[in-house]
Design a protein around this ligand. Structure first.
Ligand code: NAD
Length: 428
């Protein structure tokens, strides 16, 4: 006997990785409180469809590299699937499946007529030239041409992808169709049908939620000492919004490490530095800290806006913040959730906190389909209404059932999808 009984092991599905198991465990933790049928519980445990492609790229030096690409669609019960495209060395089928599952809950919680999807290419975007990134994006889009569509699956930016990436995807898709199809992606430049306020929407939404969470704790956001991990689209905008609303941003970080100043950082100066140098690396006008140290700095609010798996069973006990706000997807592990809950540190979950991005993406898609565009104030007001409504529903479920905010957000989301799935039934 080797100690391994292969026949006894559960059949492993290809997406069955630690991150996907985490997404599924969160679902299972919420299920007993959601009161849904077994059929619903079983069906929503699996993504509906997963595609793997290999994307060839002729590099600038003439050599050819092959990059794995993925797109996972978790649920089409409520409408077309929606979700980001990320370029990252850790992109895998399991990561996309987990993120697609969270997107389903996020869209349902915000009452958007979408299911969740996620995709990406396993690559180091920083090691590719703009020309290489364009070719990679266009070929990836061509490989997915039968999977995506304005009524089937609508991509958006995520880690290391941006408006330009979406413009290349929109153009490639439109070339294949023979006419402009702006509604194929969201998060694209305004000049080709993008929405005002989409770029700021996720970070701004994070701060709207942080503000409301502070009020529930009978605190004012202004004056709160905040630490923000991640200084990209989500974290960079969140740090600016916090700064503008009078909160004191005492620490921020990116992949190159963190910066700390107890008296408050000069956030506009940090943005100017990153715009010039590409990252925070070398910024020496305050104390430098590692990303590990950053998470453990004394502060009131910790905004996690970098990536998954940051607050874990190993460091959760040392987190000093009294409120954790998840701007990134999946930044707090199940073990960390349990430790923080025991310490009475509320964690405002990702599917609520970072939903501003997909909400304004939905507004963008609606505007594109109608060829009728709204102004910034109208979008900001519509976003604020949607976020507040979801926030109140999550807190009401948490109070009623005595469960964590994550479980409550999941319960509210699962019930939305369950209602639709029960009505539609299983085909045939
Ligand atoms: P981004 O690429 O613009 O920024 C990511 C930032 O995190 C960068 O500053 C990067 O240097 C930093 N980073 C990466 N790894 C890090 C690490 N180990 N430690 C510290 N910093 C690190 O990406 P983004 O769009 O801001 O996305 C960040 C997170 O928010 C992701 O989890 C993403 O899925 C989620 N999210 C993004 C959106 C959106 O609209 N962009 C919407 C919802 C959720």
């Amino acid at each position: 006997m080797t100690g391994v009984d292969a026949s006894a092991a559960e059949p492993q599905l290809e997406w069955d990785t630690p991150l996907f198991r985490m997404a599924r465990a969160q679902f299972q933790q919420a299920l007993p409180h959601a009161e849904v049928s077994e059929l619903v519980a079983e069906r929503l445990s699996f993504p509906e469809r997963a595609v793997i492609v290999s994307v060839p790229l002729r590099r600038d030096d003439g050599s050819v590299g092959i990059f794995p690409g993925y797109r996972v669609q978790h649920s089409t019960v409520l409408g077309p699937t929606k979700g980001g495209i990320r370029y990252d060395p850790e992109v895998s089928l399991g990561e996309c499946a987990a993120l697609a599952t969270w997107m389903t809950w996020k869209c349902a919680l915000l009452r958007l007529p979408y299911g969740g999807a996620k995709g990406g290419i396993r690559c180091d975007a920083r090691a590719l030239s703009p020309r290489e990134l364009e070719k990679l994006t266009r070929r990836f889009t061509s490989e997915l041409i039968r999977e995506i569509g304005p009524q089937t699956d609508i991509p958006a930016p995520d880690m290391a992808t941006n408006e330009q990436t979406m413009a290349w995807m929109m153009d490639t898709y439109s070339m294949q169709m023979g006419h402009a199809v702006p509604e194929i992606v969201t998060g694209k430049p305004i000049s080709i049908g993008g929405s005002v306020f989409r770029r700021e929407a996720t970070g701004a939404g994070v701060v709207m939620v942080a503000d409301q969470a502070c009020r529930r704790l009978e605190r004012e956001l202004a004056g709160q000492r905040c630490v923000v991990q991640g200084f990209g689209n989500v974290g960079g905008v969140a740090a600016s919004e916090l700064h503008e609303r009078g909160a004191v941003v005492v620490g921020v970080s990116d992949i190159s490490g963190g910066v700390h100043d107890e008296r408050g950082l000069d956030v506009p100066a940090l943005h100017a530095y990153v715009a010039e140098h590409g990252s925070l690396e070398g910024y020496d006008r305050c104390e430098r800290v590692s990303n590990e140290q950053l998470l453990e700095l004394p502060c009131d609010v910790l905004v996690l806006a970098a990536r998954e798996d940051q607050v874990t069973g190993e460091n959760a006990a040392r987190v000093q913040a009294t409120l954790v706000v998840e701007g990134a997807n999946g930044p707090t592990t199940l073990e960390a959730d349990a430790i923080l809950a025991e310490r009475h540190v509320p964690v405002v979950p990702d599917i609520l906190t970072n939903a501003g991005g997909v909400t304004v993406s939905y507004f963008e898609w609606v505007q594109d389909l109608g060829r009728l565009f709204w102004d910034r104030d109208e979008i900001r007001r519509k976003l604020s209404d949607k976020m507040s409504d979801a926030f109140d529903r999550v807190y009401a479920v948490a109070d009623e059932k005595g469960i964590t905010l994550r479980q409550a957000a999941m319960v509210a989301a699962i019930r939305e999808v369950a209602g639709a799935l029960e009505a539609r039934g299983i085909y045939p």
